[in-house]
Design a binder for this molecule. Structure first.
Ligand code: PLP
Length: 468
């Protein structure tokens, strides 16, 4: 076993060596674009796409959480899967959040951070784990883990019998962007049997978890889930347990957070009153990182129908009515995989037009106000009145690689121009492939310039002293 552990790769600590600028997000994007266009970066002009990440938006989201009605009671266990950039994990760890990991690699990444938290700040929140992952958790001191079936209990009994187990209960996720209940969660009426089995096996079940689905649109789903969790707490008591932990999962979005946190607070007060002393944790992913990342792509090619009459009739939903087709250098096999896997609609805005910088007033507000949904047509909203209907395509040779089938873009956008895409921090770069030989887009970091909290981010990063 020791030999096997030594073979595991030692992850570098890029969080300490990654340069972090103090420019605003828009200034950072402009500076990188200008450097790429002028050839200052690599000695030759480099049009490749890149992310600009503003850590102040991550900080801002943590503070929004902590200042919300649930902030005092509900601890953050950040869902690493959503965006495992070491810099994000480092900042969150320094801010005292804990982590939800779903695999051995995620656990090792968190424990290899220069600011690594103790293993009790990790929950292994994957109800169906390979045996080797359970063994690795045990060897690394990770105790908290979820289950939703009998076989998992037998596996855990064999490999990690002292684990602190959390039963994941199935809840209503019908109004969520990504439904997770199709795959995970024990229906309430099976929980009693599972808890009795756990008791017979001598296992230590400490609480209940659920996930209402990622991108939850309906606060009532949280209300219903907390009520179901209460029922399972009572089943636990009947099986001889005294549960101490409730994990309310992820699913939060900035647009609806105020409403969600109100509903959650009311239902926690009702079903888990403070005086009962139940510890409440949550596993937000998207909420903390989505708005922090902006992607900049350049237009590598354009096709315009020479003879509109000769153009094939568009099929429904497919580039319907587009006057011009733009090809950019990131697509659905790369950072825009969120269109396919995360059911997102992405919104472009011009960074340059005709190879000169677009007016800086015509940029989306940053950070986006928390309770405002992204407009469906950013270009028009930003004041461009002379637009044309475009379709936007990724760089691969596959026709599924369509980023927007129809969107208004300002007239005059040309090959070599740059498009910005906001809200690109969640479930994007972590799931990007290099299909067809296209690289993943690298990240440039900033503390945010004049954005709220940028000074605090710099102070948090500077306060870090690596232990000898
Ligand atoms: N927790 C678990 C177990 C998940 O599977 C996920 C997402 O799939 C999350 C938390 C994070 O969800 P979100 O990004 O919607 O907050």
């Amino acid at each position: 076993r020791a030999a096997r552990l030594q073979l595991q790769p030692q992850l570098p600590h890029p969080a300490l060596t990654t340069p972090v600028s103090d420019a605003s997000i828009h200034a950072l994007v402009d500076a990188v674009v200008a450097a790429r266009d002028s050839g200052n970066l690599a000695g030759h002009s480099d049009e490749s796409a890149f992310f600009a990440a503003d850590l102040s938006a991550v900080y801002d989201s943590v503070m929004t959480w902590r200042n919300s009605p649930i902030g005092e009671r509900v601890e953050i266990f950040y869902a690493v899967k959503c965006n495992p950039s070491p810099m994000v994990l480092h900042l969150l760890s320094l801010m005292g959040t804990s982590f939800d990991c779903a695999s051995t690699a995620e656990i090792q990444q968190v424990l290899a951070l220069p600011s690594a938290p103790d293993a009790d700040r990790i929950i292994f929140a994957n109800p169906c784990k390979p045996p080797s992952f359970i063994r690795n958790a045990q060897q690394n001191g990770v105790q908290m883990m979820t289950f939703d079936n009998a076989d998992e209990l037998h596996k855990i009994k064999r490999i990690h019998p002292n684990a602190k187990l959390v039963i994941r209960v199935l809840t209503d996720d019908s109004k969520s962007l990504c439904r997770l209940g199709l795959k995970f969660g024990a229906p309430v009426d099976t929980c009693s049997g599972l808890l009795q089995l756990a008791k017979e096996l001598g296992l230590n079940v400490v609480g209940v978890s659920f996930h209402v689905g990622s991108g939850c649109k309906e606060p009532e789903q949280f209300a219903d889930a907390i009520w179901r969790a209460r029922r399972v707490f009572d089943m636990g008591a009947a099986a001889g347990y005294n549960f101490e932990l409730l994990d309310i999962g992820g699913g939060f979005e900035r647009e609806t957070f105020a409403q969600m946190s109100d509903v959650i607070k009311q239902n926690l007060d009702l079903y888990f009153p403070l005086e009962e002393g139940v510890r409440v944790i949550a596993e937000p992913g998207r909420f903390l990182v989505s708005s922090a990342f902006t992607l900049a792509t350049s237009i590598i090619a354009r096709r315009r129908a020479l003879d509109a009459a000769a153009a094939p009739a568009p099929t429904e939903g497919e580039a319907e009515g587009a006057d011009v087709m733009y090809y950019i250098n990131d697509g659905v096999y790369g950072s825009f995989n969120c269109i396919i896997f995360d059911h997102q609609i992405v919104h472009p805005y011009p960074l340059t037009i005709g190879n000169t910088p677009a007016p800086s007033a015509a940029r989306p507000a940053f950070p986006p106000p928390p309770n405002v949904e992204m407009p469906t047509d950013l270009t028009v909203q930003l004041g461009y009145n002379s637009t044309e209907r475009a379709s936007v395509w990724g760089p691969t040779c596959d026709s599924i690689d369509c980023v927007r089938s129809i969107v208004n873009l300002p007239r005059g956008v040309d090959v070599g121009d740059w498009l910005g895409w906001g809200e690109m921090g969640a479930y994007t770069l972590c799931a990007a492939s290099t299909f067809n030989g296209f690289d993943r887009s690298p990240v440039h970091w900033t503390t945010g310039g004049d954005a709220p909290h940028s000074a605090q981010v710099r102070a948090v990063l500077d306060s870090f002293q690596p232990s000898a």
